[in-house]
Ligand binder design. Structure first.
Ligand SMILES: Nc1nc2c(ncn2[C@@H]2O[C@H](COP(=O)(O)OP(=O)(O)OP(=O)(O)O)[C@@H](O)[C@H]2O)c(=O)[nH]1
Ligand SMILES: [Mg+2]
Length: 609
């Protein structure tokens, strides 16, 4: 067995926001991959518009730097649990991992998830306690908790022998002992060279596993992955082994390796390296590209199952077709199925209705990102309330259950436990730091978490943080009755006016500004009572000739609550939809007229009897 001492392949893994992408910034900046006068900013790898807006990584990405003559291929991964599929997809390219742990928060649910993955793949870990620039006194405790996690998850004794470094990714410094004054990230790079094993090279002809796909309008599909065996050069003849074992012959177009944010065109690349190749127009993630001499498939990438589903349908609102560029069933269907090529933990199914598709994902955010991406591309469609995926296993109904971790203040414990008990949650742990801060851990069915995020941030006035992670399937515990109040639905089509909205505010909260064009059945607010009511928000004040002393005082509306896309899909009930267009996000009743809704209620009452 040979090794390539000139390469190291590492994945950076952690819970959300623990500083992975910021650490990659420091590695890129200090390795001089940019021109001296180049303005690169922060979170350089988070280039996707939604990543920049939300400040989170959504897709795993590759980059590379050179340090003391060794190329370090770096894979930055997302830390949000909904994008776990991205970590699963790329982790097999690495031989080692940097496990980042926030010096205050300590190991979190996703820290455990990604570390378990890395241990399962046999990666050599390096622990980086990050954000040590902040005022905090918890580092010893955080380290102890991290060690406990390794004891629980390591599958071989040598995984317990991990180096620990202390970093301020933001300042671009790493030290080997706490209290040392850092000056750069050289100690981290030295540690990577020393501790992460160089890639092993198996002897034999070319073989690579495709872990990612990219597109280029000139070059077409680009397959990205690690070469496990042999070498590859432009114009080589290869075969692609698909999921069903089918073999397709291709000629390689160009071969690229990574350096900084660039793809470098190379004449040849060898086993151990991570490359991008063109020329294979039908390649999929998980396929093996190999020499025709020995076309053996590598094990396919295993991706966890989705837990949440919702329907995507052609827009059926009275405003359909006004704002989108792509509005037809055919366009919607093609777009959804195309997404499956790169979004590995997503599933799409046709339904009995030709205009509606069932889309399954790893969580509400996973689906919300897809919706937002499509809407920005010009698609117009409607989506239903997300629901937990219930399965039948061995003749019994089972449902997904998650671990919910909440960091909050003592004063909110009561209200949170009450809200969560209605959602079938069970408190499994509660730890207080003696300074009014408390961490609560619950086991809660996924169905109980749908619609919880909005209620949670309102109840704790935005002062608390919640995290969830998939635990497993458990026997179905029965339905949860919605505790949300009824809605204020527009009674007719037209422009919402201050006078009409003021009336609506007498009944509850409103969601729209004066001047918004509404249609009958569109949701314009939340009632303060359980029933839905239709309300005429387009109503004008009666003109009268008599000047009453108060009639000139302008009506002051309370500013509306403007729901983001994620809040909108979290808000709706089963008999409601979110209409998504490039210009607007509208909430609506499925049945638009009040007469239809009343008939529906009375017929469902009859069927209960
Ligand atoms: N004080 C301090 N803040 C940091 C440090 N490193 C990162 N941050 C901040 O933490 C936040 C999250 O950083 P990111 O680098 O986006 O975290 P991430 O792990 O890549 O997050 P995801 O990719 O979404 O999982 C940002 O506001 C950073 O500026 C650090 O060393 N010290
Ligand atoms: Mg990131």
């Amino acid at each position: 067995m040979n090794y390539r001492s000139d390469i190291r392949n590492i994945a950076i893994i952690a819970h959300v926001d623990h500083g992975k992408t910021t650490l990659v910034d420091a590695m890129l900046k200090q390795s001089k991959v940019f021109r001296d006068n180049q303005v690169v900013g922060e979170l350089i790898m988070d280039q996707n518009a939604l990543e920049r807006e939300k400040g989170i990584t959504i897709m795993a990405k590759n980059t590379a730097i050179v340090y003391r003559g060794v190329k370090i291929n770096i894979i930055d991964t997302p830390g949000h649990a909904d994008f776990s599929g991205e970590v699963e997809r790329v982790i097999s390219m690495a031989d080692g991992c940097l496990l980042l742990v926030d010096s205050m928060e300590g190991p979190m649910p996703q820290t455990k998830f990604v570390l378990r993955l890395a241990m399962g793949m046999g990666l050599k870990p390096i622990v980086v306690i990050n954000k040590v620039d902040r005022q905090n006194l918890r580092i010893a405790e955080v380290l102890k908790l991290t060690e406990d996690l390794f004891l629980e998850l390591a599958i071989s004794a040598n995984q317990l022998d991990f180096p620990v470094l202390y970093a301020s990714a933001r300042e671009g410094t790493v030290v080997t002992e706490l209290g040392m004054k850092g000056k750069d990230i050289a100690p981290l790079l030295e540690c990577i060279l020393e501790k992460v094993p160089p890639p092993k090279i198996e002897s034999g002809p070319f073989q690579m596993l495709v872990s990612n796909l990219d597109y280029d309008s000139h070059k077409g599909k680009i397959a990205i992955g690690r070469i496990w065996r042999g070498r590859v050069a432009p114009h080589d003849l290869v075969v692609n082994v698909g999921a069903d074992g089918s073999v397709t012959h291709y000629e390689i177009g160009e071969v690229f390796t990574y350096l900084g944010l660039k793809h470098l065109k190379v004449e040849e690349a060898e086993a151990g390296d991570i490359v991008a190749v063109t020329g294979l127009d039908k390649v999929n993630i998980g396929d093996t590209i190999a020499s025709p001499e020995q076309p053996e498939a590598l094990p396919r990438i295993e991706i966890g199952e989705p837990t949440v589903e919702m329907t995507f349908g052609v827009n059926t609102s009275p405003f359909a077709g006004r704002e989108g560029r792509f509005c037809t069933t055919r366009q919607l269907r093609a777009r959804l199925y195309k997404e499956l090529e790169t979004n590995l933990s997503l599933r799409v199914q046709d339904t009995d209705s030709p205009d509606t598709f069932l889309v399954k994902g790893r969580g509400e955010l996973h689906l919300a990102i897809l919706i937002e991406t499509m809407r920005r591309e010009g698609y117009e469609f409607e989506v239903s309330k997300p629901e937990a995926i219930i399965k039948v296993v061995g003749g019994n109904l089972v449902e997904p259950v998650e671990v919910l971790t909440i960091d909050t203040k003592d004063e909110y414990i009561g209200v949170l436990t009450e809200m969560l008990s209605k959602r079938q949650a069970q408190l499994t742990d509660m730890r207080s730091d003696g300074h009014d801060n408390v961490r609560l851990v619950f086991h809660v069915p996924t169905k109980g978490l749908i619609g919880f995020r909005n209620a949670f941030s309102t109840a704790t006035r935005g002062e608390s943080i919640m995290n969830t992670i998939f635990l497993g399937y458990e026997p179905y515990h029965g339905d949860i009755i919605s505790t949300r109040n009824g809605v204020l639905a527009a009674a007719e089509q037209g422009m919402a006016l201050t006078y009409g909205l003021n009336n609506a505010q007498g009944r509850g909260f409103t969601f729209i500004e004066p001047g918004t064009i509404v249609y009958e059945g569109m949701i314009v607010g939340l009632n303060s009572r359980p029933q839905d009511i239709a309300i005429n928000v387009c109503k004008e004040k009666k003109k009268s000739n008599v000047r009453a002393s108060t009639s000139d005082i302008a009506i002051k509306l309370t500013p509306p609550i403007q729901l983001s896309l994620e809040q909108a899909i979290d808000f709706i009930n089963n008999d409601e939809l979110v209409e998504v267009t490039p210009g607007n996000i509208r909430l609506r009743k499925k049945l638009l007229t009040q007469a239809q809704r009343l008939r529906d209620i009375s017929s469902s009452r009859r069927s209960v009897k």
